[in-house]
Design a protein around this ligand. Structure first.
Ligand SMILES: NC(=O)c1ccc[n+]([C@@H]2O[C@H](COP(=O)([O-])OP(=O)(O)OC[C@H]3O[C@@H](n4cnc5c(N)ncnc54)[C@H](OP(=O)(O)O)[C@@H]3O)[C@@H](O)[C@H]2O)c1
Length: 281
């Protein structure tokens, strides 16, 4: 497994497993156990996904030791203040049934996320968090938080896939020593993702699927990826991406698929801000 070294020296697997939209707790526990069995060590959850408990149960039941796993969770908007973030991190630790979380992220750049970030810094110093970062921070917000915090974010998890490649944002992250992590590496199948002709053609050369080409492209661009699937065969497929290498020409062709905008929502519009601030959890 390729590993990325974060600014504080913590090693993070470059390929992990995400559990967004696996709401059924038994199903989520089964998925995480399957993923660990396949070889995944990074598990990505969030307070907002409502399944931290299931991830915790899988961690406890798994034969793989806690130290070998890398668990990420995220503080939701409604918990984004100094006091609420602390209480919510205690709850995340309890639900995940662990003494520490490998990576804690501010989920969205809304509400009092500076207060929440200060609480994360405190928990980081106390050893309860091994690394801290943010998610969905556009370059302007990222530069701001990287400048005005004692411990700058180590990771920024943003929508990143062939149709929204984040090339300019990644440059800013590199300038500020922030590791880019992709959410939605398959754009959740949007834009006929899995039947895309360019990815299919490139995959045929290596006997690899569209999903494998999509992940490989991001890995070769030094992006951390956390694909989600509830299907164990697909977990294996998505994990089997370290035995081939895309050429410079493949990389350039895939680079041309970039539409440079979100297939989901732009965090900087009034519409998104109204929706996010209107959410109850
Ligand atoms: N920070 C954030 O705001 C944020 C937002 C979204 C997601 N995330 C994180 O990123 C993770 C991944 O993103 P995502 O779940 O949104 O979407 P994704 O990984 O881009 O796509 C998941 C979809 O692709 C399908 N799929 C997976 N592997 C496949 C394969 N090999 N062949 C064909 N179809 C395949 C899955 O179906 P099946 O499950 O039916 O196989 C599912 O419908 C999440 O689970 C979450 O941890 C974070």
């Amino acid at each position: 497994m390729n590993e990325i070294t974060l600014t504080n020296g913590v090693k993070m697997p470059q390929l992990g497993y995400g559990v967004f939209q696996i709401a059924d707790l038994e199903e989520c526990e089964r998925c995480v156990l399957d993923a660990i069995d396949v070889g995944y060590r990074l598990i990505d959850t969030a307070q907002a996904y409502g399944n931290e408990e299931a991830v915790g149960n899988a961690i406890k039941k798994s034969s793989v030791s806690r130290e070998e796993l890398f668990i990420t969770t995220k503080i939701w908007i409604s918990n984004a203040s100094y006091e609420k973030a602390k209480a919510s991190m205690d709850e995340s630790l309890r639900k995940l049934q662990t003494d520490y979380i490998d990576l804690m992220l501010i989920h969205q750049p809304f509400n009092d996320y500076y207060g929440a970030y200060r609480a994360m810094e405190e928990y980081y110093k106390a050893g309860k968090l091994k690394a801290i970062g943010v998610s969905n921070f556009h370059p302007d917000r990222l530069i701001d938080i990287a400048t005005y915090t004692e411990i700058p974010p180590m990771v920024n998890q943003v929508e990143t896939h062939v149709f929204n490649q984040q090339k300019e944002a990644q440059k800013v992250m590199e300038e500020y020593n922030v590791q880019i992590e992709s959410w939605g590496p398959f754009a959740e199948g949007k834009n006929d993702f899995f039947t895309n002709e360019t990815m299919k053609e490139i995959g045929e050369k290596y006997k690899k699927s569209v999903a494998q080409v999509a992940l490989r492209y991001l890995l070769q661009r030094n992006v951390v990826v956390i694909p989600k699937t509830v299907n164990k065969d697909r977990m294996k497929e998505n994990f089997d991406v370290f035995d081939f290498e895309l050429t410079q020409e493949d990389m350039e062709r895939l680079g041309e698929l970039d539409k440079e905008s979100s297939l989901f929502f732009n965090h900087q519009t009034a519409e998104t801000a109204k929706r996010m601030t209107g959410l109850k959890r």
